[in-house]
Design a protein around this ligand. Structure first.
Ligand SMILES: [Zn+2]
Length: 299
């Protein structure tokens, strides 16, 4: 009887890769294996004190890093996905959404909010990877588009924190439309002279890389983040060649001109503040908005 025998061969986990750290007390760095007290790790903004490995964090943690005293007002917090295609894979899409919502306590894969960063106003959209791989469905696209509109309305700079596996397969074509929608909104933001900073975190791939994540006035990334369009396995299978080592790391992407700089999470808030103070002149933005309006009326 096959369930008494090991059918697949070669399942061997070396001792050093076995996970044995109990949750809640200690954090074991997956890169250098150093063990840190979780409180210490949190204080270090979830980066390893020994090797600086940046652990993946979600919107709750990023909001805490960016916003003064973790004070912010969430936008469109209740926007939730419907099922336009009656999609069923291993389970119906609405069931999957509901189960993920219960598990993550999130409504969808992005949260948008406005608040202050070192006393400067800022609108932030931050993706949550633990919600169906941070996939971009219509809710993600719509929330980002609305956050950009909010930024335009108030002339606040906009920060996008991306972390995504790409388009959401269960919404097929509707997902792909979000690329055009968010890009068009960003074009309006740009015409009005309002700064847009895009932070790419681990991982930023697929349709997200191919749209809003790469459209910033500044495109910046966290160290070691995986940034690419298709995953390495897919590319390797398509072109049938070995790929250069680490070719989709933030460092490689920076070297090839797709990023402006890499920022350590511990310096993120200050760097963002510097960029915003340098880029943002609200009076200038006001003039540009008026010019855009005139153009629109003429057209
Ligand atoms: Zn480490």
């Amino acid at each position: 009887m096959s369930w008494f025998r090991r059918v697949e061969k070669g399942i061997v986990t070396p001792t050093e890769q076995k996970k044995e750290t109990p949750d809640g007390l200690w954090y074991k760095c997956p890169s250098c294996k150093a063990v840190t007290n979780t409180t210490e790790h949190k204080k270090n903004l979830y980066t390893c004190p020994k090797c600086d490995y940046h652990e993946r964090i979600n919107s709750a943690e990023y909001f805490e890093v960016v916003f003064d005293e973790n004070k912010f007002e969430e936008l469109d917090a209740k926007l939730s996905s419907s099922d336009p295609l009656n999609f069923v894979d291993t389970k119906p899409y609405p069931k999957r959404i509901q189960a993920t919502q219960e598990k993550t306590q999130l409504i969808d894969a992005v949260r948008t909010a406005h608040g202050q960063i070192n006393s400067l106003p800022l609108v932030v959209a931050c993706m949550d990877f633990n919600f169906i791989g941070g996939s971009m469905g219509s809710v993600v696209g719509e929330k980002i588009a609305r956050a950009i509109d909010f930024a335009r309305q108030h002339k606040y700079p906009f920060l996008m924190i991306s972390k995504s596996g790409g388009a959401r397969m269960m919404e097929a074509g509707y997902s792909l439309m979000q690329m055009a929608k968010t890009s068009a909104k960003l074009a309006l933001l740009s015409e009005e002279g309002i700064p847009y900073i895009s932070l790419l975190t681990d991982p930023t791939t697929g349709g997200v890389t191919a749209s809003f994540a790469m459209l910033g006035d500044f495109n910046i990334a966290e160290p070691g983040a995986l940034i690419g369009f298709a995953g390495p396995r897919v590319i390797k299978e398509t072109i049938g060649k070995e790929l250069p080592k680490g070719f989709q790391s933030a460092e490689f992407v920076l070297e090839h001109g797709f990023l402006d700089f890499i920022v350590n999470r511990k310096e993120l808030k200050q760097k963002l503040t510097d960029l915003i103070s340098m880029l943002h002149q609200p009076e200038e933005a006001e003039k540009n908005t008026a010019a855009t309006r005139k153009k629109t009326i003429k057209a």
